[in-house]
Design a protein around this ligand. Structure first.
Ligand SMILES: [Zn+2]
Length: 384
C-alpha cells in the first residue's frame, strides 16, 4: 500500500464518520487523529509529510473506531434496503435486563423494545418522547413500573436509535444533515434548497440548521419530513405571518410517558353484536326461502340488560318452528330470549310459494311465473 492510499483510507473513514454522525468533516478527521494518539488532524498530516505512515494495526484501530460510531459497515447496503429486507417480526437485537428477556424491533426508523407484557416505543426524530406501554394484565407486576428498569431499557433503545439515525443520515445527501455556511440545507426526500423552511402541520417556520439536527422532523410539533417545505411566498398557507416554531425548554428529551394499555382482542356484547349473532343463528335455522326471508326481516331487539326479543312473521316463519340455533346462541350468551309473532310483513304476494322450496333460484322462478300469469311485474330501479 502506498503512503497516499493509507492517508486516503483515513480520510475516507472520516467522511463516513462525518456523514453518519452529522458533523463537519474536519471534526471527524480530528476524532480519528485523536484516536491514533495525535492532538488533531493537522499534527497527523504534518507527521505524514515527513514520512510517517499509519501501521496496519492503526488502520484497523481507526476503522474499528469509525464502525463503533454507528457507521454502516457495508457500503453496498443502504439503510432503507436493509430495513426493507428484514421481515416484520425479525428483531434487530435480543437480550435480558436482569431476569427479563427483551427483543428490539425497528420499522421505518422507529424503534420498539418488547418484553413480557410491556413495550417501549421511540420515534426516529431526535428527542422524541419515549412511550412505555404496560399491558393491563401486567399493570401491577410489570418490571416497566420501575424507573430503573425503564432507564436501563432506554440505554439499549438509544444505542439502536443512534444506529438508525446514522443509517438514515448515511442514506441522505450530505447537504440534508449538514447546513452550508449560509445555513442552507437540501430536503432529503423532495430536493429543494433553502435556509428557511415551513411546517405545514403547525404553521411554524424552521431554520435549516434545526431541521438538519432533528433529522427533518419539525422541532416544534414533530411532523415528519413530508410536511416540511421551503418557506416561500408561493407556498399555500405560508403568508409571511408564520412564527418560528416554539421549541420549549432545554433541548432535552421529554420524560418517558408510561401508560397502561389493553391490546387484547375484545369481544363487546352490546345490542348490535348480540342481534347480529341472533340473526345469523336464525338464518341457520331457516330452511325454506320464506324462512330465510323471515330471518332477514325479523325484528330483533335487545334491552338494556342484554335480554333479547325476536319477532317473526307468521307468514314467513311457521308458528310451530323453534329457532333452535338462535335459542342456543342466547343460552351461550347468557341472555333471556323471548319469541313473538306478527303478521303482514311478507314482502311479495303468494306467501305460500316461499315454503315450497329450499332453493332460492327456484323460488324466484315461481315468483316471476305467478306474477306473469296472475299479476304484474314492475321494474323500478330509481328511488321514486
Ligand atoms: Zn411543525
Amino acid at each position: 500500500m502506498t503512503k497516499k492510499n493509507e492517508i486516503d483510507t483515513l480520510k475516507k473513514l472520516a467522511k463516513k464518520h462525518a456523514r453518519a454522525n452529522r458533523v463537519a468533516q474536519h471534526e471527524s478527521l480530528n476524532a480519528i487523529a485523536s484516536e491514533l494518539g495525535f492532538a488533531h488532524w493537522a499534527q497527523l498530516a504534518g507527521k505524514a509529510k515527513r514520512g510517517w505512515l499509519p501501521s496496519d494495526e492503526q488502520l484497523a484501530q481507526a476503522e474499528a473506531f469509525v464502525l463503533g460510531s454507528n457507521v454502516p459497515s457495508d457500503d453496498s447496503a443502504r439503510f432503507i434496503d436493509r430495513n426493507l429486507s428484514r421481515t416484520f417480526d425479525e428483531p434487530i437485537r435480543q437480550g435480558k435486563i436482569g431476569d427479563h428477556p427483551y427483543s428490539v424491533f425497528e420499522s421505518f426508523g422507529d424503534v420498539r423494545m418488547e418484553g413480557d407484557g410491556w413495550r417501549i416505543l421511540v420515534g426516529e426524530a431526535l428527542l422524541s418522547q419515549p412511550i412505555v406501554e404496560i399491558e393491563e394484565p401486567h399493570a401491577n407486576t410489570s418490571p416497566a413500573n420501575s424507573r430503573d428498569f425503564i432507564d436501563a431499557a432506554l440505554m439499549i433503545v438509544d444505542e439502536e436509535t443512534a444506529k438508525v439515525r446514522a443509517g438514515i443520515s448515511s442514506d441522505w445527501p450530505r447537504r440534508s444533515t449538514k447546513p452550508d455556511a449560509e445555513g442552507v440545507v437540501l430536503h432529503p426526500l423532495f430536493g429543494g434548497k433553502s435556509a428557511d423552511w415551513y411546517c405545514l402541520h403547525c404553521d411554524g417556520t424552521i431554520t435549516g440548521a434545526q431541521l438538519a439536527e432533528n433529522l427533518w422532523h419539525c422541532p416544534g410539533c414533530g411532523a415528519s419530513p413530508i410536511d416540511i417545505f421551503p418557506a416561500s411566498p408561493e407556498l399555500d398557507g405560508f403568508d409571511g405571518n408564520s412564527k418560528p416554531v416554539q421549541v420549549f425548554g432545554a433541548r432535552q428529551r421529554p420524560e418517558p410517558k408510561v401508560q397502561v394499555v389493553d391490546s387484547r382482542p375484545t369481544l363487546t356484547l352490546k345490542e348490535e353484536s348480540i342481534s347480529m349473532l341472533l340473526r345469523t343463528a336464525l338464518l341457520e335455522d331457516a330452511e325454506t326461502s320464506a324462512e330465510r326471508l323471515g330471518a332477514l326481516l325479523a325484528e330483533i331487539c335487545v334491552d338494556e340488560v342484554g335480554d333479547a326479543c325476536i319477532v317473526l312473521d307468521e307468514d314467513l316463519w311457521p308458528s310451530l318452528k323453534e329457532p333452535d340455533a338462535a335459542i342456543a346462541v342466547a343460552e351461550l350468551l347468557g341472555i333471556e330470549l323471548e319469541l313473538n309473532e306478527t303478521s303482514m310483513s311478507f314482502p311479495f304476494a303468494w306467501p305460500g310459494l316461499g315454503h315450497v322450496t329450499t332453493s332460492t333460484p327456484e323460488y324466484v322462478q315461481l315468483l316471476l311465473e305467478a306474477h306473469q300469469e296472475k299479476g304484474v311485474i314492475r321494474r323500478t330501479f330509481k328511488d321514486d
